[in-house]
Design a protein around this ligand. Structure first.
Ligand SMILES: C[C@@H]1O[C@H](OP(=O)(O)OP(=O)(O)OC[C@H]2O[C@@H](n3cnc4c(=O)[nH]c(N)nc43)[C@H](O)[C@@H]2O)[C@@H](O)[C@H](O)[C@@H]1O
Length: 400
């Protein structure tokens, strides 16, 4: 077992696995990674050799391109593993299977909120083993092992599944794992239940900076910028270092390419008729006024709009530039790769405007913060057509 054994004998490795509520999208999942990385750092402070197992990407609600195989996707397809590893020890799930001698997870802890909510309206950090509140997404097989989604790996089994009510920061789980768990592999399911240890502090930013996009995606984005947007790092003062520990651009140093970058979130953001999301007409009006104000002739639009809305948008804004991969490229890049390239291009624009409370837009803000853009050119969002108090996004200043 793990507790403190490293001081006296060869260290056993603890594997921390995790998963997130199925409907959550790509960019919230990237945020949960930051919380889990922080927890592994806390666990390692005691000297134990914990490693974070990267949950394979797949079956995401928003990744709907037909006939593209989108399951069992390793993190290396989207992010630079060496960069992640320079922050905290991580391994891909298939490496875990190899190291662990098979697809067995010793213990799954399903995190849940307290059934009674916050007692007396008072916030306190707490964690307890409790009966499961929701229907368990795991079922016992004939041999007594638990089956579950497990990122689409049908052969994976858990030896034990328990529910834990947790309220607090990610690291409140560290003592639970250190004191009570005498196994080598633990999976936290519904890991989004835990909060950030210190949102937007140094540790947050270290992990965020380590989430360097995979090189092939950056290269495709850079090639597109040069070819269609007249944008190169030299001219735009956005020189990037693959080694994130050396990437310390001063805010205001980046100029960005001569285009307006837009993230226009649609689909489920408009189905709810949200007050803070504009009509296409409203959005295009805003784009035109920003282009005029910032003397930009080109606009790059990243959007998840459906076919019908895209047609309407093209009619309203015939000169917009979009990244539209061929069928073959889409099969290689997958929806996740295309999303990253869209984000990368938006991150290099002279001026950026995104969509209210979209984590897709938030991740672009962070990327621009890392590249050294003036916050005024980054923390902007569309307002709903009739929205009265259109509060703009918060500037989360980078900390080195
Ligand atoms: C309401 C909530 O919204 C949350 O979405 P939100 O924060 O925008 O952001 P995400 O969590 O990333 O989910 C949106 C997904 O839609 C696609 N998508 C959205 N905008 C673009 C775009 O401009 N370009 C490309 N290529 N793809 C886009 C992409 O797959 C992305 O991961 C969801 O995570 C939750 O599940 C929930 O639906």
């Amino acid at each position: 077992f793990l507790c403190g054994v490293c001081m006296f004998s060869p260290c056993l490795r603890g594997y921390l696995l995790y998963d997130v509520n199925p409907p959550e999208g790509f960019n919230l999942r990237r945020d949960v990674y930051i919380r889990m990385a922080s927890m592994v750092k806390t666990l390692r402070k005691e000297g134990d050799d914990w490693v974070l197992v990267l949950p394979p990407w797949g079956r995401l609600y928003h990744w709907q391109s037909p006939n593209v195989h989108q399951v069992h996707i390793p993190w290396g397809e989207f992010f630079s593993l060496t960069s992640l590893q320079a922050n905290v020890p991580v391994i891909e799930y298939e490496e875990f299977i190899a190291e662990n001698g098979g697809p067995f997870i010793d213990q799954v802890l399903v995190l849940q909120n307290y059934a009674e909510g916050w007692t007396d309206g008072k916030w306190e950090e707490k964690v307890d083993e409790r009966p499961c509140v929701d229907k368990l997404m795991y079922s016992k097989d004939k041999q007594g092992y638990y089956r579950g989604w497990f990122w689409g790996y049908e052969e994976t089994r858990a030896r034990n599944v328990t529910c834990i009510s947790a309220q607090g920061h990610a690291s409140i789980m560290a003592p639970v794992l250190q004191k009570n768990i005498t196994v080598t592999s633990v999976m936290l399911d519904r890991a989004e239940t835990l909060l950030h240890d210190h949102y937007a502090g140094k540790d947050y930013w270290d992990t965020r900076r380590s989430m360097v996009f995979a090189k092939h995606l950056r290269l495709i984005g850079d090639g597109f910028r040069e070819k269609y947007l007249n944008s190169t790092d030299d001219r735009d003062h956005t020189i990037y270092s693959e080694d994130w520990t050396r990437m310390k651009a001063k805010l205001g140093s980046a100029k960005g390419g001569p285009y307006l970058g837009v993230h226009l979130r649609r689909k489920d953001f408009i189905w709810g008729h949200r007050e803070d999301v504009p009509s296409l007409k409203g959005a295009v009006k805003k784009m035109r006024s920003l282009m005029k104000k910032h003397k930009l002739d080109t606009v790059f639009v990243a959007t998840d709009a459906d076919e019908e809305e895209l047609r309407e948008l093209k009619g309203l804004l015939p000169d917009m530039v979009r990244f539209e991969p061929s069928r073959e490229d889409l099969e290689l890049l997958k929806d996740g790769g295309v999303a990253i390239i869209d984000q990368w291009i938006c991150a290099h624009a002279r001026f950026f405007i995104g969509t209210s409370v979209s984590t897709f837009s938030f991740r672009i803000h962070e990327e621009r913060e890392i590249l050294g853009f003036d916050p005024k050119a980054t923390y902007n969002r569309f307002c709903g057509d009739t929205e009265k108090d259109c509060e703009q996004p918060t500037h989360w200043k980078i900390v080195f």
